[in-house]
Ligand binder design. Structure first.
Ligand code: TK8
Length: 344
């Protein structure tokens, strides 16, 4: 009797343990799958920018979703170096994550030049559809063989021209303007073809170059002209909207490959949340920016339709070269998705 009771008790305890195990398994497995991780996340703009705000949100989401185990150390202001240097650090595994321009990736993955195509998209709706759709994914996937993993595209935005020399109201006004461009052959060619004296320079050196008149002008979205205080050193702003620039959130593949599925999911989910937040934030800020920049003393002009067309004419001459570089398949896929978007 005693032994029966004992074995019954043992049985009950056993099944209790079994039940407890069953219930606990998912949570326990999850917890074990997420290890303490420190993620050095570099970016080029300052904390008080659309980029800085979105990195902060990403960091908070990762912290929350990992139960505080994964910590993102956000390092802005290009303190870890310009985009190109951070890309190399990611490839080598010396840094875990970054966000930066797709334009500076062209030397690594030539397909990224697709996003440098002047006037490729007409509005942010087209940009989102293209970037988040199969074309955007295809370009992003190309990074893997180079040691990088792309998670999401953020909005840098439509780029506009500023300079300290004169208002640019017609094509000829570009002539002789020493213009900083991103380190990217398409941008270099585009602005040379407009008659500017285009000089490639990392973003981190741009403010000083403008301040010391080493260059006369630059081109970036309204948001960046505000957050990087370019209005302090640039008098004239011309609304050109000549290209839509994305940013891309990157992970070191070397490091990524060592993560568990649960850890990867934490990062992917947080990246998607940061993307949605960032685009909304950027658009809200951009809608206000012209007023802000005017108040800061910038002289702003739009181009007449005729002049805008002349510029467009010149700029889109680089398109054939881009198509050849990124591959005809990708180019035609892009054009057909755009046609579909515009038709529907
Ligand atoms: C910031 C850059 C910047 C880009 C540029 O690191 O270089 O002009 O527009 O946003 O990526």
């Amino acid at each position: 009797m005693k032994s029966l009771r004992r074995s019954l008790l043992a049985l009950a305890a056993g099944s209790l343990t079994a039940t407890a195990l069953l219930v606990a398994t998912p949570a326990t497995a999850f917890a074990q799958d997420i290890k303490p991780r420190l993620i050095r996340f570099g970016y080029g703009l300052n904390e008080q920018s659309n980029q800085g705000r979105a990195v902060k949100l990403f960091a908070e989401e990762v912290q929350k979703a990992s139960g505080g185990k994964m910590k993102v150390r956000a390092i802005g202001g290009a303190a870890l170096g310009p985009d190109t240097q951070m890309q190399q650090a990611l490839i080598g595994g010396a840094q875990e994550m970054m966000v930066g321009s797709t334009a500076t990736l062209v030397g690594i993955t030539k397909e990224m030049a697709l996003w440098d195509t002047p006037f490729l998209v007409n509005n942010v709706k087209e940009a989102d559809a293209l970037l988040d759709g199969p074309v955007g994914q295809k370009v992003m996937d190309k990074l893997q063989e180079k040691g990088l993993v792309g998670l999401v595209y953020w909005e840098n935005g439509f780029r506009n021209l500023t300079n300290s020399k004169r208002p640019v109201t017609k094509l000829e006004d570009m002539s002789g303007i020493k213009l900083r461009v991103m380190q990217n052959p398409v941008f270099l060619d585009s602005f040379k073809s407009l008659g500017a004296n285009a000089v490639p320079l990392p973003f981190s050196e741009l403010f000083t170059a403008l301040e010391t008149n080493a260059v006369d002008g630059q081109e970036n979205p309204f948001n960046t002209i505000v957050s990087s205080k370019f209005y302090e050193v640039q008098k004239y702003l011309t609304v050109t909207n000549h290209v839509y620039s994305p940013w891309i959130v990157l992970v070191s593949k070397k490091w990524w490959d060592g993560l568990s599925a649960a850890e990867k999911k934490v990062l992917s989910d947080a990246a998607k949340k940061s993307r949605d937040f960032e685009r909304q934030d950027t658009r809200t800020e951009a809608a206000q920016a012209l007023k802000d920049l005017k108040a800061k003393g910038m002289q702003i002009n739009e181009l007449s339709p005729a002049e805008a067309n002349r510029m467009r004419e010149k700029l889109t001459r680089v398109n054939a070269g881009i198509a050849a570089n990124v591959g005809m398949d990708l180019w035609t896929d892009t054009q057909s998705q755009l046609a579909q978007l515009r038709g529907g």
